[in-house]
Design a protein around this ligand. Structure first.
Ligand SMILES: [Zn+2]
Length: 258
């Protein structure tokens, strides 16, 4: 099994320095697994569909070469070999690539799919029906599994891919834990935090980025509590679990192929 760390969407938001969309491509004997998808080919072909407020605030680069499908091909794979996609949540910068893998099973928390399909007025702008118009093969999960380093877990795929409840940024937001080939775990914490310093005991994220997170959080009490739990996970188990978030470019830069 090989795990590759990909950037599937560069963004130059007004509130922060360059952001990436940190995705994983897990090459398993039984098929390829993606964790999150960034933007897709159709987003690059028609940026307008992302909406004017998002484009003005987040300023996505939309380079077709950064899409997951282009990178899967460049690695010598057939996109049809992507059998499964696990999603941290359904915000537009995480699910644009779904349509490039229409046959894949798409694993998501039941609460998150419900939020995207039945958004409140406040949630409406973040979920785009057009990115899901092809009819993804949803596999929803909500059955509690074993405890995982003090967190609840839900088994998404066998024992080596788990969804870890981390609600707050969105209703059904989760982390995706993937067992590393050499032992230990990776935890893709999605948008639980945005800046690498927020993993430390005294986070020092720029004010604008903290304000952005409050603006985007649907349940900020829970979001802040989950950030604290992630810091505790770092303090107690950094030898066994490597945590990273979706958008911090410095976190992506330290990973090679494993
Ligand atoms: Zn995001």
């Amino acid at each position: 099994m090989t795990i590759r760390h990909l950037n599937c969407a560069s963004m130059n938001p007004l509130a922060a320095t360059r952001m990436v969309a940190h995705c994983l491509l897990v090459e398993r004997p039984e098929g390829l697994l993606l964790v999150d998808t960034g933007f897709g080919a159709a987003d690059c072909a028609d940026p307008k569909r992302l909406g004017r407020p998002f484009r003005a605030l987040v300023r996505p680069v939309l380079d077709p070469a950064e899409t997951a499908v282009a990178q899967v091909r460049a690695l010598g794979h057939d996109p049809a070999d992507v059998t499964d996609i696990a999603l941290t949540h359904l915000d537009l910068d995480h699910v644009g690539g779904l349509a490039d893998f229409p046959a894949a099973r798409v694993h998501v928390f039941a609460d998150e799919l419900d939020a995207a399909l039945h958004p409140t007025l406040r949630e409406k702008g973040r979920y785009l029906d057009v990115q899901r118009a092809h009819g993804p093969r949803w596999v929803t999960h909500d059955v509690p599994g074993d405890e995982w380093f003090g967190f609840g877990s839900v088994t998404a795929l066998a024992d080596d891919v788990l969804l870890i409840p981390l609600q707050g940024h969105t209703r059904g937001h989760c982390g995706v834990a993937v067992r590393r080939p050499d032992g230990g775990w990776l935890l893709h914490a999605g948008d639980s935090y945005f800046h690498a310093s927020e993993k430390q005991s005294e986070p020092a994220a720029p004010y604008s980025l903290r304000a952005f997170q409050v603006l985007m959080g649907v349940d900020n009490k829970r979001r802040v509590a989950n950030q604290e739990r992630l810091r505790e996970l770092q303090r107690s188990h950094s030898d066994e679990v490597t945590v990273f978030c979706a958008h911090d470019a410095s976190e992506l830069a330290v990973f090679a192929v494993e």
